[in-house]
Design a protein around this ligand. Structure first.
Ligand SMILES: Nc1nc2c(ncn2[C@@H]2O[C@H](COP(=O)(O)OP(=O)(O)OP(=O)(O)O)[C@@H](O)[C@H]2O)c(=O)[nH]1
Ligand SMILES: [Mg+2]
Length: 500
């Protein structure tokens, strides 16, 4: 969501990095670059002005610590100011003292309310082990009730609905009653989309609020509408007590102006962001983490959370032990690769690692290559997967044909696999250090990640990134050059940096 801001801010950062001392002049330059970056991100000029003032005060107020790089001190000030701008600590969802937590969705037409209802219910069910009930109270659009019912069915979440001849406030009230009787601990009311100038519909929304007395009204806003989000939040908040905002469609919004302005201009916090159309594409909005992501500090916490969701920790530990004993074969290779795939599209996953996001900005990371590698491995016999040395040229040709690949690709895969195998056994014997030293950067997936993702539970992903996911090879574009063909230099620096 903050791609362009992120790029521009790291430019500002670079102008200061490496400077021995922070002088008024280079602070000034850095700050000017920050202001420019914000304006380009479609941030309200008042927000940009206040933000720059805040950064300036922090930079000047910061005690100069000799051992800390001035650039790092500057970026820390920007990070703290950005965290503040995004809302500081997230207030989270309201809490119900007794009975079910009642949440009411409101927002403009098509902003993503119904989708968000389903996403939030799924999030509460999976992450918080709740038993949510969805209430279909959009009786304006004939298909709205069915839309929610279908989503509920897909996700295994109960939907309370009545005929469309009922009044929405009554449906909501009965929905809450139904939840109490059936021991649901969360109720989410999906309401019809409306324009704030539509007085009749706004009144209806007020009635729903009065009848059900929800613990929180969540305003759903489409981040693509940029600055308009601020205006509609203000208008809705005049009529309803808005607890917080869910910002949707951030996957299509490269500038993030809305996200940066809402809190400062309306006092309402963003609680969640929608990052795609699928039901699991909802993320908690955490300002310090988001600030880190914007500044290219990566989002290791996000990655770990995602990994915890999809990775079976016990199995991962078992695999790691096997790997270290040198029991590494193509079966394991495939398993590791699929694990990474479960984390999400490769670019998204890698983008969460510090420094990688910016480096990958213009790179076309191709998830299809995962599929091709998978096809090659599946064209091998089980014996071959265990002992790749058995795969002679005849068989390589056959595997290439069977998987719809060039012979070259099979050669490449086996070569990478063998390198990885060697590395694994070295790592088993001599630990991480020997592995780091003995690596060929051109052939490896993510060198330096071998010891596990930083902060990952249980020693991290065994083997880190799956072998053979040659970054150069995964990326579209420049082919056939030696060494790090196709790998952006920033990423190379990143990889090198990690191996220092
Ligand atoms: N890419 C993307 N699309 C989204 C996101 N959230 C919602 N959408 C899409 O936005 C469109 C509208 O979503 P709905 O949930 O129906 O919106 P609504 O606010 O309920 O619409 P009304 O009930 O008509 O007011 C759908 O096509 C959704 O798939 C998101 O985070 N990312
Ligand atoms: Mg809807």
């Amino acid at each position: 969501m903050f791609d362009s801001l992120s790029g521009a801010l790291s430019g500002a950062y670079r102008s200061i990095v490496g400077k021995k001392v922070l002088t008024e002049k280079n602070i000034d330059e850095g700050i000017r670059a920050v202001r420019q970056a914000l304006l380009e991100a479609d941030v309200h000029f008042k927000v940009a002005k206040d933000f720059v003032k805040d950064v300036e005060a922090r930079v000047l107020g910061e005690q100069v610590i000799k051992s800390v790089d001035p650039g790092d001190q500057f970026i820390k000030s920007v990070h703290d100011a950005l965290t503040g701008l995004l809302g500081g600590e997230s207030p989270g969802l309201p809490v119900a003292d007794k009975g079910p937590l009642v949440l009411m969705m409101a927002g403009l037409q098509g902003s993503g309310k119904t989708t968000t209802c389903a996403k939030l219910a799924l999030w509460l069910k999976q992450r918080k082990k709740k038993k949510p009930l969805l209430v279909a109270a959009d009786l304006q659009r004939p298909a709205a009730v069915d839309q929610l019912k279908t989503l509920g069915q897909q996700l295994g979440i109960e939907v309370y609905a009545e005929g469309t001849d009922q009044s929405p406030p009554e449906v909501c009230r009965r929905g809450v009653e139904h939840a109490k009787k059936n021991l649901h601990d969360v109720v989410i009311l999906d309401t019809a989309g409306r324009l704030h100038i539509d007085d009749e519909l706004m009144t209806e929304l007020e009635q729903v609020e009065k009848k059900c007395d929800p613990h929180g009204v969540l305003l759903v806003c489409d981040s693509m509408t940029g600055q308009d989000v601020v205006k509609s939040t203000e208008e809705f908040h005049k009529r309803l007590p808005i607890w917080g905002v869910v910002l949707t469609k951030t996957d299509g919004d490269a500038r993030g102006g809305a996200a940066l302005s809402i809190r400062h201009l309306t006092g309402r916090s963003i609680l969640f962001v929608g990052t795609g159309e699928k039901p699991d594409e909802l993320e908690e909005f955490d300002p310090p983490r988001m600030a880190g992501r914007i500044l290219g500090m990566g989002d290791v916490v996000g990655l770990v959370e995602r990994a915890q969701e999809v990775i079976d920790e016990k199995q991962a530990e078992k695999d790691a032990k096997k790997l270290l004993k040198g029991q590494f074969d193509f079966e394991m290779f495939l398993k590791q690769m699929n694990m990474i795939r479960k984390l999400g599209p490769l670019k998204k996953v890698l983008g969460m690692l510090p420094g990688v996001g910016a480096a990958l900005k213009d790179v076309d990371l191709d998830d299809k290559r995962f599929k091709r590698v998978e096809a090659m491995i599946q064209s091998m016999t089980p014996t071959e997967r265990k002992s790749p040395n058995l795969i002679d040229i005849q068989r390589r040709r056959r595997i290439a044909r069977g998987s719809g690949n060039e012979l070259e690709a099979v050669h490449g895969l086996i070569k990478q696999f063998k390198q990885m195998q060697k590395l694994m056994s070295k790592m088993g014997k001599g630990g991480l250090e020997s592995m780091m030293g003995g690596m060929d950067p051109s052939g490896m997936g993510m060198p330096g990640m071998g010891g596990g993702m930083p902060g990952m539970p249980g020693g991290g992903m065994p083997g880190g990134m799956p072998p053979g996911l040659d970054m150069g090879g995964m990326m579209g574009g420049k082919k056939g050059k030696k060494k790090s063909a196709g790998r952006p230099s920033g990423l190379d620096d990143f990889l090198r940096g990690r191996r220092k």
